[in-house]
Every structure is written in C-alpha cells, then in structure tokens.
Ligand binder design. Structure first.
Ligand code: ATP
Ligand code: MG
Length: 585
C-alpha cells in the first residue's frame, strides 16, 4: 500500500476537495451549528436576572427590560416570570437548533458518504487482479465499509462542531472580557496548558488509531476467509483453531482499543482538571470582588455560567480531537487505496474496437506475477482469425495465465500481444474485453437466479435466448428438474449448485454472449464423460467462426481444434502446429 506520508496541509486540502460538491449543505449545517453560540450566551441570563433583579434590586439589563411593559419599576413577580419564561424559551430554541442541525448534518453526511463510497468502489474495481490477489478482499471491504465512513465523521461530526465550539469560545471570551477583564484573563491563564497537552496527546491517539484499524481489518479478514472456506474448515475439524486465531486477533484489537481509550481518558482528565483549576481561581477571586462590592452576585453567577460554557467547548474540542484522530487515520487509509494506480492502465486516447476479426499474435511475451516467480518466458505464436487452438501443458505451467494476458487482467512483463495486428494496450479496455466470451477455470456465479447468471453479459437477452444458451451448454436438463427452473437462486458464488452444474451455467453464459473470441479454461473438468461428449459437440457449434483458446487436460475435448499449443513448465515454449499433433519442444 502506498503509505507515503502526505503533508498535513495537502491532506486537508484533499479532504476539502472531496467535500466540495456538498459545500452548500455543509455551509448551511455550519451556520445552523453556529446558532448554538448566541443561544449558549443566553443560558445563564435568567439566573442572573432572578438573583440581581428579583432577589436583589439591581435594574434589569436594558435589552431585557424592553420585554416588560414600560413602567418605572416592574414588579418582582413579573421579573421572576420573565426570567422563567426566558429560561424555557432559550431551552426550546436550543433544542430546535440542535434538532435541525443534527438532521441536516445526517443528511449531508450520508450524501457525502454515498458519493465517496461510490468513488471508492469504482476505483477498487479498476485496480488490477494482482492488487486484490495480494491484498485480499477483506482489506478493501474494511476500507469501503468502515474507513470511508470516517470522511463523514471528519466533516460532520468533528470539523463543523469543532469550528462552532471554537466560535463559542470566542463569543464567551468576548462577553467575559467585557464583564470583568481581570477575571477573564485569570480564567484564560490555563489555556496554554490545554493547547500544549492537546498537541502532545493527538500524535499518540492517531498512532493508536492506526493500530486499532489494522487489527480490526485482520480480524475481519479471518472471518471472511473462514466463511468462504467453511467446507474445508469443517472437514478438517479446524473450527477450534480458527476460533482461536480469530479471538487472538480480536483480543489484540481489544487491547489496542483499550490503550487508545486510556490515552483519551488521560487527555480528558488533564482537560477537566485544568478547567476546574481555572474555575476555582475565578471563584476565589470573584467572591472577593463581590465582597468588596466591585461585582454583583448576579454577575458573578453569570460569569461562572459563562466560564463553565467557555470550558465546555474547550473540553468538547479536546474530545472531538480524539475521535478526529481516529477518523483521520481512516481517511488516510482510504486515500492510500485511492492512490493505488490500476496496474493495467488505459491509454489517454484509446483505440475503439467494435468487433475484432479475431487474429491473435503473442510476440516474445514474458510474464511474472512477482519478479521472483516467472511464469511465461518469451512466448511467441500466432492464431489466424476464426481458428481454434487447444492448449495443453502440465498443471501450473501457465495456461490460465496465458489466457488472462489476452483479457488484460495483467500486462506482459515483456513483449507484446496483438489483436488484429494492434497491441492490446492500444485498445479501450472495455472494448477489448467485450470481444471475449470466457469460461474461467473456476466458474463464477453471482447470488441471483440462474437466468440472470446466464444473461450476465447481455441482461437484455430474451428468455428464449437464455433457454437456448442453456440448452446449448447442456444445462437445460438439470435446470428443468429444479423446482423454480430458471428462477432458482444459486446462492452465494453459486454454492447451491454442483461443480458441474456451475460449469455448465458458466458455459451457457459464454454461449449467450455473441463474442468473436472465446476462452474456455477447462470447461468440462467437472462433468461426467457423457455430458462432456455432448458439451464438446455443442462447443464445436459455438467455436465455428470464432477464434478460440481451449484449455484442457482431457484429450477428447480437442477433437474440433485446428491447432495445438503446449505450454512448457520450465521451458520457453508455446508453439503452434497446424495439425492436431501436440508439439513439445
Ligand atoms: N495470482 C497469482 N499470483 C502469483 N502467482 C500465481 C498467481 N496465479 C498463478 N500463479 C502461479 O503462476 C503459475 C501458472 O499458473 P496458471 O494458473 O497459469 O497455471 P495453469 O497452467 O493454468 O495450471 P492448471 O492446469 O493447474 O490450471 C503457477 O506456478 C502459479 O503458482
Ligand atoms: Mg489453469
């Protein structure tokens, strides 16, 4: 994974670019959140009015007295009711504000996440098989499902509330400074401690969050792998050891999460304690000032209320910065995935290809999955348009690899492959792949109905066409025996069907896709001899007029092939003969 450390500014800029399409929603959410500040300033006011103007005899503040009928001196009872009414009104407004903000926040966040996940999924599908083979699916799954959500929490749950908290701090500060600047400065004296401890803890939290994420992903990978291979796990009675592996990995995750929680707790403690020290200092000095008559009791209470609210956003900023670090670690991981380049790139101005004639040439093609494991070495051969080629070779010799190169699942390490005399890399990738109907060695079915699986390449195919394809692949008989026929759901990866049945559905899919080139990788490996003979017959019809690469370990399958190729395991050979003879060099 590309884990190069981006400059923090570039990192935030990238987040900003991502959320840009939603800026109007985010701005509206931000403004709505900012309303919390003036409302928070009003919260301690009723208490001050009650103490100073109802219990005491200090005149009402100017703006408040305007709410009462213009008499020389309002009755204490009406002042009290005013204070009580104000309290309820402020609470109501606060609740409405927070409800509206959270609704808009949820809406914006979900929209943002959907767009982000969509982009991530698109990118994942474009990444090469080599990437997915080596990283495993759980990795991508975790990033898509969990890490992507971090972008939402960065913007909606952290950044905007963070800004609104910061603004509240500024508002509170302004008001307290105006009331009594000496006390306000005293309260502020603790701020450097808050800032410094924040700096110190953030780094540790981000580091721990990264660890937690890596461990959670590993646990998910175990579940994914075990469930996919559950038949093997059960047959080797390995449930116990798999459970142990999972629990061990999860326990490590738990320990890492606890360590993270501990750091967060420590941070909370430092913040809370610092705030308390500040408040205590103001209390001591403030009471002295009230005794000396420099401050009214109501104003002291107002000040204490504001102080509590000054520290509250500071505390919540600290808490937010803890979860912000976790989210940023997630966003980092998603960016790393987005930075992976597809290893099978498309040219800037690719060549369109409507329908290929089917002429193939391999020119000195070498290929290695990893540099220390070469598979093909300087392979050269030609197949004329419409010819069918049988490919044989020892297991692991590179037959499947040879065919994969044609579909550009991988690009040759050296040499080139030409289709209709043009290098494959020149073509538009989608156009190129559309030229092939391929039956892979491991049939891949999706968890929908049989009909939809057959019509995968041509969803618009009529039911008659689907049935004809099934018949051609000798799949019609077993489908007819199923209670729901073509509407039978095949289960995840087609697990509700037998190996041979899956293979025939996969073959039917190739029959339905009217492509000029065919790749059949052991299309009959899982069927009985009788069915094989029938399928060979059917394949002969399918292969007519199409360039075909037919890979098999069974000789009988090759009866209709024009040429034979042998892929040698350790030798750089693939040679075409124009007879049925198998060439070994
Ligand atoms: N994704 C991969 N990553 C690394 N090595 C791979 C990968 N796929 C295959 N190989 C290796 O490449 C070699 C050729 O594999 P390939 O699947 O092409 O063989 P094959 O001729 O089709 O064999 P079989 O007859 O068993 O299907 C093997 O040695 C295999 O271990
Ligand atoms: Mg193979």
């Amino acid at each position: 994974m590309a884990a190069s450390k981006p400059h923090p500014f570039a990192f935030y800029l990238r987040i900003a670019r991502l959320v840009k399409p939603f800026w109007s929603h985010i701005a509206a959410f931000g403004l709505l959140s900012l309303l919390a500040t003036p409302l928070a300033l009003l919260v301690p006011l009723p208490l001050k009015i009650a103490v100073d103007s109802c219990l005491g005899s200090i005149p009402l503040p100017h703006m408040v007295s305007a709410l009462l009928p213009a008499t020389a001196r309002p009755a204490r009872a009406s002042v009290l009711f005013l204070a009580a009414g104000l309290l309820v009104a402020v609470a109501l407004l606060s609740q409405l504000q927070s409800m509206a903000a959270s609704l808009l926040g949820a809406y914006t966040g979900e929209k943002l996440l959907l767009a982000f996940r969509g982009e991530l999924f698109r990118h994942m599908q474009r990444l090469s098989l080599l990437f997915h083979d080596s990283k495993g699916t759980a990795e991508s799954l975790y990033r898509l499902q969990y890490d992507a959500a971090a972008l939402q929490s960065v913007t909606i749950e952290n950044l905007i509330p963070f800004l609104s908290s910061a603004l509240t701090v500024v508002g509170m500060l302004y008001v307290t400074l105006r009331m009594t600047w000496q006390l306000a400065l005293l309260a502020l004296a603790v701020c450097p401690v808050l800032l410094l401890s924040g700096r110190r803890f953030r780094q540790g939290m981000r580091q721990k969050s990264r660890e937690v994420k890596a461990l959670e992903k590993s646990a998910l990978a175990i579940v994914h792998e075990v469930l996919q291979g559950l038949r093997i796990v059960k047959s080797f009675v390995k449930e116990g050891s798999e459970e142990e592996r999972f629990v061990r990995c999860s326990a490590e995750g738990t320990r890492a999460r606890l360590r993270l929680a501990f750091i967060q707790g420590q941070y909370g403690l430092v913040i809370g304690l610092t705030a308390a020290v500040g408040t205590a200092a103001v209390l001591v000095v403030g009471v002295g000032e009230v005794q000396a008559g420099a401050l009214t009791l109501g104003n002291l209470l107002l000040l204490m209320g504001y102080l509590a609210q000054l520290y509250e956003p500071l505390k919540s900023m600290a808490k937010k910065s803890a979860s912000l670090q976790t989210s940023l670690a997630g966003v980092e991981r998603v960016f790393a995935l987005l930075d992976e380049n597809p290893e099978v790139p498309e040219k800037p101005n690719p060549r369109p290809l409507a329908r290929s004639s089917g002429e193939i040439e391999y020119r000195e093609v070498s290929f290695a999955y990893t540099s220390d494991r070469p598979v093909l070495h300087e392979v050269s051969f030609q197949i004329a348009a419409g010819k069918s080629v049988g490919i044989v070779g020892e297991t692991g010799a590179g037959k499947t690899t040879l065919a994969s190169l044609l579909l550009r699942f991988y690009d040759p390490t050296e040499g080139q492959i030409l289709l209709d005399g043009v290098d494959l890399r020149e073509y538009r990738l989608a156009d190129l792949r559309n030229q092939f109907a391929s039956v892979p060695q491991e049939p891949v079915l999706f968890s929908t109905t049989i009909a939809e699986n057959i019509a995968y390449a041509r969803p618009d195919a009529s039911m008659q066409e689907v049935a004809a394809a099934a018949k051609a692949a000798y799949a019609d008989e077993f489908i007819a025996r199923l209670p729901q026929g073509f509407d039978t759901r095949v289960g995840e990866r087609g697990m509700c069907l037998s190996g041979g049945e899956r293979q025939r559905i996969s073959l039917a899919r190739a029959f339905l896709k009217d492509a000029p080139l065919l790749i059949l990788d052991e299309p009959t490996s899982a069927v009985d001899v009788g069915t094989e003979a029938a399928i060979v017959d059917a394949m002969a019809r399918l292969m007519r007029g199409r360039t075909t690469l037919l890979i098999s370990h069974r000789q009988k399958v090759f009866v209709n092939c024009d040429l034979m190729l042998t892929v040698g395991k350790d030798r750089p050979i693939v040679e075409a003969s124009d007879s049925l003879a198998i060439v070994c060099t």
